[in-house]
Ligand binder design. Structure first.
Ligand SMILES: Cc1ncc(COP(=O)(O)O)c(C=O)c1O
Length: 433
């Protein structure tokens, strides 16, 4: 511990009690800090760019509830709209006008989306889109990329083996081998591997799904020509191209990565930002494909709380805020200044680092670059990252508790917050050198 050691006695007590109540003491695994070590911080409240723990320590937050908080936590306009919506009830289970409103906003913004279905999480959106890919093409196999996360549905929980491309093996007990046998994997940024998979599985592959910018293996950007190549390959082979924009949607730009890179998939999944901090996911795409979804078509998918009025309200207000002039220029400027500061801080202290950012998303690896796929990302010094993570907590900065998660900025992060964060990085790297 440094002289900056935190008092986390209340956090520690609550997390200890949680061990007996919930597996690992958490509702989602990465929150338990297993990959960085030490006890997790138990949050009490969030506002703007900040989070406070139960011991009243304040952190500048770069997790932003894993993506949704792009306008800053608890934005006053979102909260006020939610108060008004709350008066009308918490759930309808019937059509409501707010669904039309959010659907229109999503369709207008996201180039590939002509029709949309709302669900309750990113996992649900990806699970449904996979069923739709199969229903529409009449084919069972799917290609995904090593290091891309599409939620925890069985067929996506696949570890890529060594070699150029391999058949999927289940990543978790409980996932049947028969399910993942239809999941083919390739290294990210490797068009040749995808070409080979199509050649080896003629007329059997329903489509290719990917994070157009990877945020679940750190932060990996598509090399020039990669997304375009996938677009061509899928077309040539009668397969669908699906962008999982659960993380990048309304974050990389208002129209997502597809707008930013100018490559238009057939289907898109979304989540996080479009719920403004409430549980929402969505999938959408060409009307011809979406018309397969029940009750318009035969592909079944449903949800008790789908299109929930509170979630729709938070999403609508968040997209309204993001739609204002200059939003994404500001996010880009904030994030690139932060990333430059982090790289400078590490380099000054003699550590290897490579990193990049786009709009409100960034990442760095504590190793020499470049990092073009998950295999290369594994060169990162995870032990050093663990120490950095703890040191930054002690200095009032909350980073994602894994060396392989992207960081998020928001409209609420001011220049002063970035300066304070960079100063903390400098101090922390210095103490580790
Ligand atoms: C790209 C991507 N897809 C899907 C998901 C799953 O979303 P959820 O956690 O809302 O189920 C995530 C979650 O982090 C994600 O980043």
């Amino acid at each position: 511990m440094t002289d900056k050691a935190l008092n986390t006695s209340r956090s520690d007590a609550v997390f200890s009690a949680a061990q007996a109540l919930m597996p690992g003491g958490v509702s989602s695994p990465v929150r338990a800090f297993r990959s960085v070590g030490g006890q997790p911080i138990v949050f009490d409240r969030v506002k703007g760019p900040y989070a406070w723990d139960l011991d009243d320590n304040r952190y500048i937050d770069y997790v932003g509830t894993w993506g949704p908080a792009i306008c800053g936590h608890a934005h006053p306009e979102v909260i006020s709209a939610l108060h008004d919506a709350l008066e009308k009830g918490t759930s309808f289970g019937a059509p409501c006008e707010l669904e039309n409103q959010l659907a229109e906003m999503v369709i207008k913004a996201v180039p590939s989306v002509e029709m949309v279905r709302f669900v309750n999480s990113g996992t649900e959106a990806c699970m449904a889109v996979l069923r739709l890919m199969r229903a529409f093409t009449g084919r069972d196999k799917v290609i995904k990329f090593e290091g891309c996360y599409h939620g925890h549905a069985d067929m996506f929980l696949v570890k890529a083996g060594s070699g150029v491309a391999t058949l999927g093996l289940p990543d978790s007990p409980g996932v049947p081998r028969s399910t993942t046998a239809n999941t083919l994997t390739a290294p990210y940024n490797d068009l040749e591997a995808v070409k080979e998979l199509f050649a080896e599985n003629p007329d059997a592959i329903s489509g290719v799904i990917l994070e157009p910018v990877v945020g679940n293996a750190g932060f990996i950007t598509p090399e020039p020509g990669f997304l375009e190549g996938l677009r061509e390959l899928t077309k040539e082979n009668g397969a669908l191209l699906v962008f999982d924009e659960v993380m990048t949607g309304f974050r990389i730009s208002y129209g997502g990565a597809q707008e930013r890179f100018g490559v238009i998939p057939d289907l898109t999944t979304m989540g996080k930002v479009i719920g403004g901090g409430l549980p929402v996911g969505a999938y959408g795409g060409k009307a011809e494909i979406m018309s397969m979804v029940a009750p318009a078509g035969p592909m079944y998918q449903a949800g008790t709380l789908s299109g929930n009025p509170l979630a729709m309200t938070a999403g609508i207000k968040t997209l309204e805020l993001l739609g204002q002039e200059g939003t994404y220029d500001r996010l880009e400027a904030t994030t690139s200044r932060l990333l430059a500061g982090i790289v400078e801080a590490a380099t000054e202290s003699g550590f290897s680092i490579t990193g990049s950012s786009i709009s409100a998303m960034f990442g760095f690896y504590l190793c020499e670059g470049p990092v073009r796929n998950f295999e290369e990302a594994k060169a990162a010094d995870t032990e050093l990252f663990g120490k950095l993570h703890r040191g930054m907590l002690e200095r009032g900065v909350y980073l994602a508790p894994s060396a392989f998660e992207a960081g998020f900025t928001s409209l609420a992060h001011s220049d002063a917050d970035i300066d304070a964060t960079v100063k903390a990085f400098k101090d922390c790297f210095n103490s580790l050198s």
